[in-house]
Design a protein around this ligand. Structure first.
Ligand code: FAD
Length: 402
């Protein structure tokens, strides 16, 4: 097998991979940058919340990968199957051997739909069960929201890391608002079953969100994990995470499920994976420089990186700047100066025209970008999410300019 040599290999052509490709083509000959991405489609996933709430179409969230990638880099439409860092080598699922001077790893998060027994069947056959965590299913969520005429509505958050930790609750608020506006709410009971210990880890945002829950008369059940769905009997089964023998079965007439998520297999089984602890299996990087501690020519960013902050596209926007600068420092033999502070942003939609913009960094430090109090619900921030951020994503971030 002959090897193909590149200056840079980027694994993943999602938010992080494209941002990095656009940045690095300014420093390297574009053709010497290889990007591995098997999909013909690129998604702006934050829009899926609004698709589920009928505020956007799924088509608005999708561009062809060929139109998003810099046209002059080398796009290899295969998956990374194995990392051999001792040889600066990536092996693809098509058997190609690619060597690199620098490696950037960004294959995102693995969604394991089958990890909840009954979920794949319910998503396929039960029109009342859906999830915004998929391009097509987000549209199904919207149909299910409109078809719900009363009874028990459930919203879940799993006991695994998830991308956009706010998304499981955003759709709960939107759906509740829709049912209120359309006269369904008096006939409905709305409950959230979340694995978390509270509605939000940062008190200033939690205060507002607890008021939202109270206003909307939503009952929350914390430290609960969905472990099975029985579509034939319309039942959801939950485990109490604080008393694992305690199992509760709840009937549903509508359910939005956030599936379990894990590190991608290619990362988890690689020498780059964190060996132990709470971030086991995720890509090992220095949390500030985003460099792999064992291989200085290797960086990771995005959802697959082992970083103690919320996994979002907004986080990627800040991480990409740091990876670009630090990679250039390695190339020049200088010490690394750029540091990521854990910045992430979670625009929590609390209803139609209402949004709490949570922005924070490592150790849950609030990092607001605005001169006014964003811990409150705001119409302006909803408009930013609906109209401003998609433009920023496609026109700036995907061109390495944000
Ligand atoms: P992705 O963008 O998911 O890209 C990963 C890419 O890697 C994919 O294209 C995939 O095909 C490819 N890939 C996978 N395996 C391999 C492999 N072995 N080899 C090569 N390529 C591979 N973020 C926000 O900032 N704000 C929000 O409001 C927000 N809301 C969200 C709502 C929902 C419903 C969802 C699902 C996500 C939301 N996010 C939000 C999160 C955001 O979309 C992700 O954090 C972001 O896309 C992460 O970028 P990434 O490049 O790491 O992963």
């Amino acid at each position: 097998m002959s090897t193909e040599q590149f200056e840079v290999v980027i694994v993943g052509g999602g938010t992080a991979g494209v941002d990095m490709a656009a940045r690095l083509r300014r420093h390297f000959s574009p053709a010497s940058i290889a990007l591995l991405e098997p999909s013909e489609h690129h998604y702006y996933q934050p829009l899926w919340t609004l698709v589920g709430g009928g505020e956007a179409t799924k088509e608005q969230s999708m561009h062809l990968e060929k139109d998003v990638l810099p046209h002059d880099i080398t796009w290899i439409k295969e998956r990374a199957a194995e990392f051999v860092p001792s040889e600066n080598l990536v092996v693809t699922d098509g058997g190609r051997h690619l060597t690199y001077r620098f490696l950037i790893v960004a294959p995102g998060i693995k969604i394991d739909w089958a990890a909840i027994p009954g979920l794949p069947e319910a998503l396929k056959d039960d029109p009342r069960v859906s999830s915004n965590y998929d391009y097509n299913l987000a549209e199904k969520t919207w149909r299910a929201v409109q078809n719900f005429k009363g009874g028990q509505a459930l919203f879940t958050h799993p006991a695994t890391p998830v991308k956009c930790g706010g998304a499981p609750q955003k759709i709960m608020y939107l759906a509740e608002d829709y049912w209120r506006i359309h006269g369904v709410r008096p006939n409905a009971k709305v409950d959230g079953f979340f694995s978390t210990g509270g509605i939000f880890p940062i008190p200033a945002y939690a205060k507002t969100l607890n008021e939202v829950l109270q206003r909307k008369e939503i009952t929350m059940h914390f430290r609960r994990d969905l472990i099975e769905i029985r579509p034939e009997t319309s039942e959801a089964v939950f485990r109490n995470l604080d008393a694992p023998d305690e199992i509760e079965t709840v009937r549903y007439d509508f359910m939005h499920v956030t599936p379990k998520m894990f590190p991608p297999d290619v990362v988890a089984k690689s020498p780059f994976a964190v060996a132990d602890g709470p971030t086991k299996g995720w890509f090992k990087v220095d949390v500030k420089t985003l460099q792999n501690p064992d291989y200085p020519n290797v960086f990771a960013l995005g959802d697959s990186a082992a970083l103690p902050t919320s996994k979002t596209g907004a986080a990627v926007r800040k991480q990409a700047v740091v990876v670009e600068k630090n990679l250039m420092s390695v190339m020049k033999g200088e010490s690394l100066t750029a540091e990521y502070n854990g910045y992430t942003s979670c625009p929590i939609v609390t209803g139609y025209g209402k949004l709490v913009l949570a922005e924070f960094g490592y150790d849950d430090k609030i990092m607001s970008s605005f001169p006014f109090d964003t811990t409150k619900e705001r119409w302006s921030m909803y408009m930013l999410k609906k109209h401003g951020l998609p433009v920023m994503y496609w026109d700036l971030m995907m061109k390495g300019l944000a």
